[in-house]
Write a protein that binds this ligand. Structure first.
Ligand code: ATP
Length: 445
């Protein structure tokens, strides 16, 4: 078991010759000053879009790539330059990487045989030629046998030990790949998108299996994925990466409910957070303000909320500075007209529009809303004007219906336009954000 530490890690891939137009291709920074502290026994997920540097980061921890600068520590020991086999880690890949000519037992035992410098053949020879060495060999063989059977038991693949990889399903192969990692009893496991090749049902099953394994084995895990469901369900903490840089590190609920910036807000969530850019302006009366969004929406907000957000953004005279406002689809409460409307003070934002489209999901539905009024011809992209709401499947909404939606204060997010960073506004928000920042480790702040 071990703590894994990354200190200001950079990876720059050198220019690799000329591109199609004859120009020298530029060098590429795949990992940009990443510092990360993964405590012993933690399950940390590296999450981000394709090409953001997740696999490169993992490969550097494994020793398969060397960092251009920075230090990697495993169990307190700097391992830059240490060979992968001497790092006491085990890696599980997306493509399983099983030896096709070896059966399951042999695949699982192979790494240990190399490490223990023993094989079935050596064992057989030593029994005849060097009886004194045979005893040691027998001990090593027994240990390998014990570990393989114990891992096979844990993973429910005992009955498959004699089969070749081609005689296994995708899920079974991935279990064998897991088993091969487990028998090594490493200080840390590294997973590189291990479930990507499996179908949806199997992914769910294996996800639970990996979570159970982590609870049983209590070993440090660093797990790379671009799948946010995997990240949120598996991780003790999730590190969100974009363009080689860490955007946020925190417990799953923290990164989901309190995103540090617009990238994290929009990357997490299905469908993603609604984010509209606009400015505040005075509302219908002094208790109200409006958020006039670029995409055609005019959203009502309590005037005090608008004033607090403006103040936090440095907008001395409310309404001069563009701000991004976000709210998650599941946080919009729809109100179709009859019945008493809630008091605005209880809500952070009110939107009145028309239903453009409903998408049933079985257990829920996505209701796409568009602003009141006709689309003008110059509104070239109508999609941009749509806000999406995720609501219960039971209400029957029709396209063209007029609708009012509400979002509560604590579910509104504001981001600065210039750098996308989260704006803390109002006493409750500022206190909440400060408390979260204090919980975060210094390297992640
Ligand atoms: P994916 O989810 O698609 O696997 P990733 O986040 O794991 O993506 P990496 O494989 O770490 O991304 O790659 C990060 C960036 O570095 C990409 O832009 C990729 O093209 C580039 N890259 C990776 N390996 C090399 C290499 N050997 N030479 C040059 N560039 C590379």
């Amino acid at each position: 078991m071990a703590k894994v530490e990354l200190r200001e890690i950079c990876k720059v891939f050198a220019a690799s010759g000329r591109s199609g137009d004859g120009k020298q291709s530029a060098s590429h920074t795949a990992v940009d000053n990443v510092s990360l502290n993964v405590p012993d026994r933690e399950f940390l997920v590296l999450l981000g879009p394709s090409g953001c540097g997740k696999s490169t980061t993992l490969r550097m921890i494994a020793g398969l790539d060397q960092p251009t600068s920075g230090e990697i520590l495993i169990g307190g020991r700097v391992v830059n330059g240490v060979a992968p086999k001497d790092r006491d880690i085990a890696m599980v890949f997306q493509n399983y990487a099983l030896y096709p000519h070896m059966n399951v037992y042999q695949n699982m035992a192979f790494g240990l045989e190399l490490r223990f410098k023993t094989s079935r053949l050596q064992h057989a020879f030593s029994r005849v030629l060097w009886p004194s060495a045979a005893c040691k060999q027998a001990e090593k063989r027994a240990e390998i046998d014990r570990r393989v059977h114990s891992a096979a038991n844990l993973l429910g693949i005992k009955a498959l030990l004699g089969r070749l990889p081609r005689q296994l399903s995708g899920g079974e192969r991935q279990r064998v790949a897991l088993g091969r990692a487990i028998v090594r009893e490493p200080a840390a496991f590294l997973f590189d998108e291990p479930l990507s090749n499996l179908d949806a049902k199997l992914r769910g099953d294996m996800r639970r299996e990996i979570k159970r394994l982590h609870q049983t084995l209590q070993t440090t895990v660093i797990y790379v994925t671009h799948d946010q469901i995997e990240a949120l369900t598996l991780g003790d903490r999730v590190a969100v990466l974009n363009q080689g840089q860490i955007q946020q590190v925190g417990p799953p609920t923290d990164v989901y409910r309190r995103p540090n910036n617009r990238f994290v807000a929009e990357f997490l969530g299905t469908p993603p957070m609604n984010v509209v850019r606009g400015r505040f302006k005075p509302g219908a009366d002094s208790s109200l303000a409006q958020f006039a969004a670029e995409n055609g929406w005019n959203l009502d907000l309590p005037a005090d909320l608008a004033a607090q957000v403006s103040k936090s953004s440095g907008d001395a005279k409310t309404g001069l500075i563009d701000i991004d406002m976000g709210f998650r689809p599941e946080e919009i409460r729809l109100h179709s007209g009859d019945g008493k409307l809630p008091e605005l003070e209880r809500w952070g934002c009110r939107l009145g529009g028309l239903i453009a489209l409903c998408e049933p999901l079985g257990d829920a539905q996505l209701v796409h809303l568009r602003p009141n009024g006709k689309f003008s011809p110059e509104q070239e992209n109508r999609e941009k004007s749509l806000l999406v709401c995720k609501t219960t499947a039971t209400t029957n909404y029709q396209s063209g219906d007029t609708i009012t939606g509400y979002v509560s204060r604590d579910q509104l997010h504001f981001f600065k336009v210039e750098d996308g960073q989260r704006l803390s506004w109002g006493a409750t928000q500022v206190d909440g954000d400060r408390a979260h920042q204090q919980q975060r480790k210094p390297e992640n702040s």
